[in-house]
Design a protein around this ligand. Structure first.
Ligand code: NAD
Length: 479
């Protein structure tokens, strides 16, 4: 892949392809041009789908050993070029260079996990004789690829969230078309480069660059696509679910994650984790801490330390090693956040720290006294804004945490086992971190949400289950 000489081509069924129209990829920090990519048309997409349909058979006939080898080689290719990959993430997206390096390391791990899990694509025997009529039958099931998968991915983790779809798809013997976020297509193209270098047969993987509004509906509706694996916002996810037709859906959507601080918590650790969880990637993180419920007796102490620690977060140049947080992905997003904070303040919220926009940047912000009906309290902010609420007890905290239309992950800080288990059982979310914020994820764990946060689970082993289907074999024996 060449940067800027001629712009980057897209990767269609094993070939690097240019097109007439282009999309400019701009650095959100200073609007400088990073590169250009093709602005694919519906015709480009239909050609890509034809090739990917041929890729379905190619992928399915790769042996497990071949799948593992390709995945391992692609992982090593990226690992050996960590800095190149990190710079691309940091330039096209809004992560700092330190955050970007962590994402590269995680993407390497995701592909290695995919190689490992490929080994375990297997079924089990079935005891047909457990029911009348099955006495003379033996059999088993094993897992087959589902075929062609369409992966649609967001801007905020432009490499690892693509790896979370491509890795399991290849491990399961599927062909896959990736449509990365319009603003951050370069990391996905660099991932394709790694798979090409690793010897992935052509037509198994396509990365088509283009706008969701132009090619999205055709990709999602196409009958050759057997699964749409989507990560992104609730609105786009709901639209896709509505038009997809009869196919599998994986929906990894947003949230406004809660963290509960009980009066027996280790406050220092709770503050450290909450600040990190609220402001990582400038809050553009599906697991980001957005709502904190603090037991009244420790509220003042917690808030004071939060404000102090937040003031130490350094905003600035993404490529500087010192920078803590970078810009929002666009000025439009920064302005949206400004508008949401203004709305909250007009309804009575207090700004404890931050609360100001500077171009594409929004200062790390803590709000208190936030009314329950404003957008920062009930929608997904997806920016560096956290609201802190005093609560009487755990019951009130759980009730407020559950009072929204999202449920991805939650955190609770407590030393009390009963409180921890009560939260684990009663919080309506896909995961509960005890003594950590909502913002902890291992790439091997089942990951996904309830309510408006999604459908199905990723995390390599679990995505692999979604991307394969059991086929039953039953032998009727001669008496
Ligand atoms: P987005 O929903 O705007 O876009 C996501 C992707 O969908 C992009 O590739 C976009 O081009 C495409 N798209 C948009 N409209 C489409 C359509 N009509 N048809 C087909 N494709 C379409 O999201 P974003 O702003 O890129 O990312 C932020 C969102 O992603 C946040 O809500 C965040 O919480 C969520 N997210 C969720 C997870 C998770 O694992 N649960 C992880 C990261 C981000």
């Amino acid at each position: 892949m060449k940067l800027l000489e001629k712009g980057s081509p897209m990767y269609i069924g094993g070939e690097w392809v240019y097109s007439q129209a282009i999309i400019e990829v701009r650095d959100p920090q200073d609007n400088s041009l990073v590169d250009t990519v093709p602005d694919a048309t519906v015709e480009d997409l239909l050609r890509a789908i034809d090739k990917a349909v041929e890729g379905v058979d190619v992928a399915a006939t790769m042996t497990i050993k071949e799948r593992m080898s390709v995945l391992q080689l692609a992982a090593s290719y990226i690992e050996n070029r960590t800095e190149d990959y990190a710079v691309i993430i940091a330039r096209e997206a809004s992560k700092t260079i330190r955050e970007a390096r962590k994402e590269v390391a995680r993407a390497v791990e995701t592909l290695r996990l995919s190689a490992e899990e490929a080994r375990r694509v297997q079924g089990e025997t079935i005891n047909f004789d457990q029911a009348t009529g099955g006495e003379d039958r033996v059999g088993y099931y094993y897992r087959f690829p589902i075929g062609l998968i369409a992966a649609i991915t967001p801007f905020n983790d432009p490499l690892n969230l693509v790896a979370h779809k491509v890795g399991p798809a290849i491990a399961g013997g599927n062909a896959i078309i990736v449509k990365p976020a319009t603003m951050t297509p370069l990391s996905a193209l660099k991932l394709a480069e790694a798979f090409e270098a690793a010897g992935l047969p052509s037509k198994v993987l396509t990365v088509i660059t283009g706008r969701g509004s132009v090619i999205g509906d055709t990709l999602v509706r196409h009958p050759a696509v057997r699964m749409v694996s989507f990560t992104g916002g609730l609105d786009a996810g709901a639209h896709i679910a509505k038009i997809a037709g009869l196919k599998k859906l994986g929906m990894e959507l947003g949230s406004n994650s809660p963290v509960i601080i009980m009066d027996d918590a280790n406050l220092e650790e709770a503050v450290r984790a909450t600040v990190s969880g609220a402001f990582w990637a400038a809050g553009q993180n599906c697991l980001g801490v957005q709502r904190v419920f603090v037991q009244k007796s420790v509220y003042d102490a917690f808030l004071g330390r939060m404000v102090e620690k937040t003031k130490q977060v350094l905003i600035g140049d993404k490529l500087s090693e010192e920078t803590g947080i970078g810009p929002l992905i666009t000025e439009k997003e920064a302005k949206r956040i400004e508008e949401w904070v203004t709305e909250a303040v007009e309804q009575g919220a207090h700004i404890e720290v931050g609360g100001r926009r500077e171009g594409n940047y929004y200062l790390p912000t803590i709000l208190t006294n936030v009314p329950p009906d404003v957008r920062v309290a009930k929608e997904e902010v997806f920016g560096p804004v956290v609201s802190i609420f005093p609560v009487e007890d755990l019951q009130e905290a759980i009730q407020l945490a559950n009072s929204v239309n999202y449920g991805l992950q939650a955190g609770i800080f407590t030393k009390d086992l009963d409180s921890a288990f009560k939260a684990i059982h009663q919080l309506h979310v896909g995961g509960v971190n005890v003594n950590d914020s909502s913002d902890y994820r291992l790439d091997a764990m089942p990951f996904g949400g309830v309510k408006g946060s999604g459908l199905g689970r990723e995390g390599v082993k679990f995505a692999l289950q979604e991307m394969t289907e059991p086929k039953v074999v039953c032998f009727k024996l001669e008496k």
